[in-house]
Design a protein around this ligand. Structure first.
Ligand code: PNW
Length: 479
């Protein structure tokens, strides 16, 4: 297929943004009545976080949001995806609303709108109120109702201004890293049942929040609501039938686990078969609530894996045994500053096409994609600002999204780079940097845009508006 100069580079209305999450940037953990989340508890335990870092101050975004909105504006960002600290708004998880906490999100939202930036809100990005975590968190079904109540408070407070809502960020990561392997809060280790149970309750929480939105707010507020999922692309190691099936199984265990209930009304058959009675069962009413509960498909995508079919079964009775595939990397792939972050732009296009085919062509938002540059936190400022690897990553992945749109006819509605600024990278603390904007943690959290911020700004200026219709034949260089 040949690109025609009559086509726009990106579809009209395609949104260019950047993303963050509350605990990773806000700091101010005890300010204005906020109570701890399970992350505040988790970071206190020695050994959990690199260098003993915590989110106590982070980027101090809570006190500097106006400066940050100006930086977004300077970059030409059209939309900003941010999350709500649940325990800032509802310090005990449910019940009493903390007016000052809510006020912060109203002010931030107003500031964005006053500067022409479209707010896009994630209700839950991993920071469950400690009060709820103590009672079992996502292993306890009562968290489902608590999440619906919290969501109700937020729709009521911000829904006249926020028209793009994400319920949960990456239930896979919470289920595996938080409740299964223990590298994330709440630090539980049980790969047999915890992942499936915590995933189940998160799905029910998502559906309950969407139900509240649709029953009470959608008609008057007119926004869209959906879920943010995540997966690497899973490429078969060889062309053998076994490796192809292992790759498909891996996509099912990472993505269809959550996406099938939402698009098809139940867990994938393969999971029911292989997981057996460790996989919770939805009632008919729950299936009905789940099916169609996302107005769009939100996907965080960064990296690619190779999958090999094991000649014999890998153990038994736990998540990775259920998945039954060897997960590997091609040693030739460049890597980010994390063992999982392989730089494979073409994986983005294949994943988008897989989602289109399995889920009947949904509207898709790429809600996160980004790179941590190896060693960036040890570099001198000038070197950290000259982030050519991040620029290559951005160009490469955006080019593949463009191909998915034009050649595969995938309905992609927007792109959010992760992250607006360097921040608290969970278990890696401040060592690992994903930002377009550099944060100097030793110098009063001073913000400095990196070279990638300028590249992104130019990309948005060129392809992000009406001007895009008239411009060049090819949006960005493919890697
Ligand atoms: C995302 N993977 O998590 C999170 O949503 C962010 O909060 C986080 O800072 C960012 O990625 C960078 O790590 C992911 O294994 C964790 O492919 C793991 C994967 C992808 C995203």
């Amino acid at each position: 297929e040949v690109w025609s100069s009559k086509d726009t580079a990106f579809p009209p209305g395609f949104v260019w943004g950047a993303a963050t999450a509350a605990y990773q940037i806000e700091g101010a953990v005890a300010q204005d009545g906020r109570q701890p989340s399970m992350w505040d508890t988790f970071v206190q335990i020695p050994g959990n976080i690199a260098n003993g870092d915590t989110g106590d101050v982070a980027c101090d975004h809570y006190n500097r949001y106006k400066e940050d909105v100006q930086l977004m504006k300077d970059m030409g960002l059209q939309s900003y995806r941010y999350s709500i600290s649940w325990s800032r708004v509802l310090p005990e998880g449910r019940g009493e609303v903390n007016a000052k906490g809510l006020e912060f999100y109203k002010d931030l939202t107003d500031e964005l709108l006053a500067n022409g930036i479209t707010p896009a809100v994630t209700l839950y990005h991993w920071d469950l109120p400690e009060a709820l975590s103590k009672q079992g968190g996502w292993l306890n079904e009562s968290t489902v109702e608590a999440f619906a109540e919290f969501s109700d408070v937020m729709f009521d407070a911000l829904g006249d201004k926020v028209k793009l809502w994400f319920t949960l960020n990456e239930p896979w990561t919470t289920s595996i890293a938080g409740y299964g392997q223990g590298q994330h809060a709440p630090g539980l280790k049980d790969m047999a049942e915890n992942p499936y149970l915590s995933g189940h309750n998160q799905l029910l929480g998502h559906a309950a929040a969407v139900k509240v939105y649709r029953e009470k707010y959608a008609a008057t507020q007119g926004g869209k609501i959906g879920l943010v999922l995540s997966t690497e692309w899973k490429e078969p190691l060889c062309r053998s039938q076994g490796d192809k099936e292992a790759a498909e199984r891996s996509l099912i265990w990472y993505l269809a686990w959550f996406a099938d209930p939402i698009y098809k009304g139940d867990y994938p058959e393969a999971m029911k078969e292989r997981v057996g009675d460790r996989l919770p069962v939805f009632t008919e009413a729950q299936k009905a609530d789940l099916k169609g509960s996302s107005d769009f498909f939100g996907i965080n995508h960064y990296a690619t894996n190779l999958l090999q079919d094991p000649t014999e079964k890998i153990g038994a009775g736990n998540y990775f045994a259920d998945l039954n595939g060897w997960i590997m990397m091609d040693p030739r792939w460049p890597m980010g500053d994390a063992s999982w972050l392989s730089v494979v732009p073409w994986g983005m296009r294949r994943l988008l096409r897989w989602i289109k085919e399995r889920y009947d062509d949904p509207e898709i938002y790429v809600t996160e994609n980004g790179l941590s540059v190896p060693g960036e936190s040890e570099m001198k400022l000038a070197d950290a600002l000259n982030d050519t690897e991040r620029i290559d990553y951005l160009n490469g992945y955006v080019a593949e999204i463009w191909k998915a749109i034009h050649f595969d006819k995938v309905n992609v509605a927007g792109y959010y780079y992760w992250s607006l600024m360097d921040n608290f990278e969970w278990a890696d603390g401040f060592d690992v940097r994903f930002g377009l904007i550099h944060i100097d943690y030793d110098n009063d959290q001073k913000r400095t845009p990196k070279k990638s911020a300028e590249v992104y700004k130019n990309m948005i200026a060129k392809y992000g508006g009406a001007a895009a219709t008239a411009t060049a034949a090819k949006p960005v260089e493919s890697v």
